[in-house]
Design a protein around this ligand. Structure first.
Ligand code: GDP
Ligand code: PGA
Ligand code: MN
Ligand code: MN
Length: 612
């Protein structure tokens, strides 16, 4: 492991493991501003992981789990105010306000830099500044997407080691000239001499800030994953979406899976659902119908480029899984359970068992008799609150997933046959709907709506529009974003483009019960989708698109009667007419940046619903 420079920041950097001039200059500049006690260049080694996790255990940030149950794994509890992404505090600081659009918070970049520089001034005092070289996607890609995160949080370093390709091999691959996205992170909790640290340092003032033109990220005040692991949402979605617009590709909030039919036909599927709406589960699906096989490629982010053959190829830039813990169990997501059992994982804001393992709601039918809850309190089944925070997370290497597809490391990605959009809707949206063509599919994505979840701070269960599940992650104007989707399809060979489907696992009956069994049973919907691609399944044309005939959905062996299936599939014109004003209002937000073809789609929908 690289020697920790244990001096009061000398800025000659003789011991730096790189001579990349731009990187050295930036590290020097940040060190002068933030005034850490030490600088450590991360090499990503096991020795470094061991040192950092021991330090984090001593600091009280991590608690080691019983290695017989979860080898090399840790339990972390955050400050109770630092548990989710903070959309209110997330900014797109484009030079021109119009480029951030109506859905993002915007601040003038110069003003934001001035304000945040004052926050960063001395913010690492008493702490170590870690320099984390990382690469989103394979390091041997033709155009590797490098980043360097500077952080004063060892929790961030160990999490980044799980979530991204990181360390000495990345720094070596960067050489002295590689371009990289500078990602600055501070928890904003300097320590005065002699001051005791807290287990989860953070600051009540938080900023998650992006400078899209400069391809730069500044994050302050939060240690929570989505706010602090800057390779993930900040780089791979917000900054990458701006790069993708400029370069003609797509950076999307999508899982990627490989589906093999009993006949051996392979289809690759991407799916965009808002946070905590089922991506990780679908990506690791264990189909209940015989002969069908799912293999995992990614559970959160897809970068999609056109190949020379005219098909759209998707790549998962991440190296780990950062999954919602509650609801994950042997019944619902056995492959996630198998992945975390292999250890080398960090569990944040779940509950701790008395024998040194972790637990959360939904892991087993019967809760343990006693737990330590995510706030560190005694918990029993009689307690009023859940033991795990609803947005508690497992952070685990994707390479441990027993059904990881062999194509995962291929920098070319996989050719996508179908793109699914979906969300949580108690009413209106059928189990699955097929789009007529690319424009109609973009319309479905553009009007996607979902109930809010605990993945972001704020009220839960409120229906909001979330285009392509990218509302919190678009790095530029939402109207331009939808225009980019339209133009990507226009420039391509229609026969080679993926087909679009809109799914909803969360429709409820009048008693509030979820109608569709979900999880492994979602394989039945994937089967229908593949049969549509292959031209063998029946569908009914409805005002909103093509919906399965009840006979065309394989419900053999499922405890679901015909009436219940029909309720899952129902297109109720009355419900849809009630949906239209919300869509109109949503589209009006984007002004003249909204592609006119989407207004045409809306007019078509209204006409089919008998509205004028
Ligand atoms: P992600 O954040 O989009 O990756 O969503 P996850 O796959 O982590 O799921 C979020 C929550 O939704 C978890 O509590 C899951 O148990 C639950 N969930 C996922 N898929 C389904 C499904 O098909 N049906 C139901 N009812 N719940 C689901
Ligand atoms: P998720 O990822 O989509 O798996 O919930 C984290 C997030 O989007 O905040
Ligand atoms: Mn996500
Ligand atoms: Mn997920």
């Amino acid at each position: 492991m690289t020697a920790i420079a244990d001096h009061h920041v000398s800025h000659d950097f003789d011991d730096a493991p790189t001579s990349h001039p731009r990187l050295l200059a930036w590290v020097r500049e940040v060190a002068e501003l933030t005034q850490p006690d030490r600088i450590h260049w991360c090499d990503g080694s096991d020795a470094e992981w061991n040192t950092l996790t021991i330090e984090l255990v001593e600091a009280g940030t991590l608690v080691p789990l019983d290695p017989a149950k979860k080898p090399n794994s840790f339990w972390a509890r955050t400050d109770p105010t630092d548990v989710a992404r903070v959309e209110e505090r997330t900014f797109i600081c484009s030079v021109d306000e119009a480029d951030a659009g109506p859905t993002n918070n915007w601040r003038d970049p110069a003003e934001m830099k001035a304000e945040m520089s004052e926050l960063y001034r001395g913010s690492m005092r008493g702490r170590t500044m870690y320099v984390v070289p990382f690469c989103m996607g394979p390091v041997d890609a033709p155009n590797p997407m490098f980043g360097v995160e500077i952080t004063d949080s060892a929790y961030v370093v160990v999490s980044m080691r799980i979530m991204a390709r990181m360390g000495a091999h990345v720094l070596a691959a960067m050489g002295t000239t590689a371009d990289f996205v500078p990602c600055l992170h501070s928890v904003g909790a300097p320590l005065e001499p002699g001051q005791d640290d807290v287990p989860w340092p953070c600051n009540q003032t938080k900023y998650i800030t992006h400078f899209p033109e400069e391809r730069m990220i500044w994050s302050y005040g939060s240690g929570y994953g989505g706010n602090s692991l800057l390779g993930k949402k900040c780089y791979s979605l917000r900054i990458a979406s701006a790069i993708a617009r400029d370069e003609g590709w797509l950076a999307e909030h999508m899982l990627i899976l490989k589906l093999t039919s009993p006949q051996g036909a392979v289809h690759y599927v991407a799916a965009a659902f808002p946070s905590a709406c089922g991506k990780t589960n679908l990506a690791m699906l264990e189909p209940t119908i015989p002969g069908w096989k799912v293999e995992t490629l990614g559970d959160d982010i897809a970068w999609m480029h056109f190949g020379d053959d005219g098909r759209l190829y998707a790549l998962n830039p991440e190296y780990g899984l950062f999954g919602v813990a509650p609801g994950t169990g042997w019944d619902t997501n056995p492959n996630a359970m198998r992945t975390i059992e292999r250890g080398h994982s960090v569990f944040t804001n779940v509950a701790l068992t008395d024998d040194g393992d972790i637990w959360w709601e939904g892991m087993t039918d019967q809760p343990p008799a006693h737990l330590t809850d995510w706030k560190g309190r005694d918990w029993t089944p009689d307690s009023d609150e859940p033991s795990a925070h609803p947005n508690s997370r497992f952070c685990t290497p994707i390479t441990q997933c027993p059904i990881l597809a062999p194509e995962y490391e291929n920098p070319r990605g996989v050719p996508i046959s179908a793109i699914l959009f979906g969300g949580r809707r108690a009413t209106t949206i059928p189990l699955v709907t097929e789009a007529r063509d690319w424009t109609h599919g973009v319309f479905m994505g553009a009007t996607l709506s979902s109930e809010t979840t605990a993945a972001a701070a704020g009220k839960v269960g409120v229906v909001r529009r979330d285009p392509m599940a990218m509302l919190p992650f678009m790095g530029y104007h939402g109207g331009d974003y939808l225009g980019h989707w339209i133009s990507v399809g226009k420039d391509a060979d229609a026969a080679k483009l993926p087909k679009f489907f809109y799914v909803n696992w969360f429709r409820r009956d009048d008693d509030g019960r979820i109608l569709w069994p979900g999880f492994g049973e979602n394989g039945r919907v994937l089967k229908w989708i593949v049969e549509r691609l292959e031209g063998t399944a029946e569908a009914t044309d409805t005002p909103i698109g093509r919906v399965p005939t009840p006979e065309s959905v394989d419900i053999s062996g499922l405890d679901l009667n015909r009436e219940e299936l029909e309720a899952c599939l129902r297109v109720d014109p009355e419900e849809w007419r009630a949906e239209v004003p919300g869509i109109t209002e949503w589209f009006e937000k984007f002004g003249d940046k909204l592609p006119t073809s989407l207004w045409t789609e809306l007019d078509g929908l209204k006409a089919r619903l008998g509205m004028k």
